[in-house]
Design a protein around this ligand. Structure first.
Ligand code: CU
Length: 321
């Protein structure tokens, strides 16, 4: 099965090189850039002869930075469809899931000189883990069929690939079903500033440092970093059912768990983020609700053990209003 999966991946990679007519690419990135506001015109000097009252100095007008760009990726039954070129800088990437399974769009930046051919070769070799010349920079994850999810990521010029590495219930990863697509980030004239965040989540090996005391009901933007020092990390933010813990949720996902849905669902998620990289997630938190934080990534330093089994889970409760 593993060999077949790898073979499929190689086939699909071959089908996804930009030269192939099978690649589903749309040409125009959807970019939202605000017009910079003109600085206020200076007030004309008052004529001291007929206007003795001094004129107040004009209020300095701040010239706002462009709003962050917004890009949409669609996951259909055939795979990803997305712009072939994305803009530089902080970009809100939304994954619209029209497929029949949970999806993520994990974004990886190629080291200069590396291409999809190198990626295909690495997959064919079957070496576990991410090749060192690929940098995971996050992306929306945990998006259920019929819904959408967003993550704000920092795009630097270069070549990238978006992929869904998550296996389905039969162990077949999304990439083997066609959820893989290369794209390019081109230099743009203006790059937006980072979004403002009111919550901080630092991921380390193997725990979350989160300022849970700053949590309140309502919309929040979380600044997510990875301090490592060894591994890339991800976070799934799970809205837990009343009375359920994050461990109850994980127990319900275990292979030997009794049938039935887990006691909660993902409300937001950030795909794999490398050490030293940063990203943002915007979440709507409900009063009195407990949320779980989970890293499902397999540990390359611990024989593939999922990070949550190494302690990389968290939990916080939003105070009642
Ligand atoms: Cu982790």
């Amino acid at each position: 099965m593993k060999k077949l999966t790898l073979f499929l991946i190689v086939l699909l990679l071959a089908a996804c090189t930009p030269a192939s007519p099978a690649a589903t690419l749309t040409a125009v990135p959807e970019v939202v850039v605000s017009e910079p506001t003109k600085a206020a015109e200076p007030t004309a000097q008052p004529d001291p002869t007929d206007a003795p009252e001094p004129t107040e100095a004009p209020e300095p007008t701040e010239v706002p930075l462009p709003e962050i760009a917004a890009v949409s990726i669609t996951a259909s039954m055939e795979g990803f469809a997305a712009p072939a070129e994305l803009p530089t800088g902080w970009t809100a990437v939304t994954l619209v899931n029209e497929s029949d399974g949970r999806r993520q769009a994990a974004l990886y930046r190629f080291e200069e000189g590396k291409t999809m051919d190198d990626f295909a070769a690495a997959m064919a070799e079957g070496t576990p883990g991410t090749p060192p010349w690929l940098t995971p920079i996050g992306g929306p994850s945990g998006v259920m069929p019929g819904s959408s999810g967003s993550a704000i990521v920092n795009l630097q010029p270069g070549n990238y690939v978006m992929l869904d590495p998550v296996p389905d219930e039969n162990g077949v990863p999304g990439v083997a079903k066609g959820y893989i697509l290369p794209f390019t980030v081109t230099e743009t004239a203006t790059t937006p500033a980072a979004p403002e965040a009111d919550l901080m989540l630092d991921m380390v090996d193997y725990a979350y440092a989160f300022n849970a005391d700053a949590v309140s009901a309502g919309e929040h933007t979380i600044h997510i970093t990875n301090s490592g020092p060894q591994e890339a990390h991800e976070v799934a933010i799970i809205r837990l059912n009343e009375g359920a813990t994050v461990q109850d949720f994980l127990a319900a996902l275990a292979p030997d768990a009794p049938p039935g849905p887990p006691p909660g669902f993902a409300v937001a998620g950030l795909a794999s983020l490398d050490i030293g990289e940063e990203a943002y997630l915007t979440v709507m938190l409900e009063p009195g609700v407990t949320y779980g934080l989970i890293c499902f990534l397999p540990s390359s330093a611990h024989s593939g053990t999922p990070h949550f089994m190494l302690g990389m889970v968290g939990e916080f409760t939003v105070p009642d209003k």
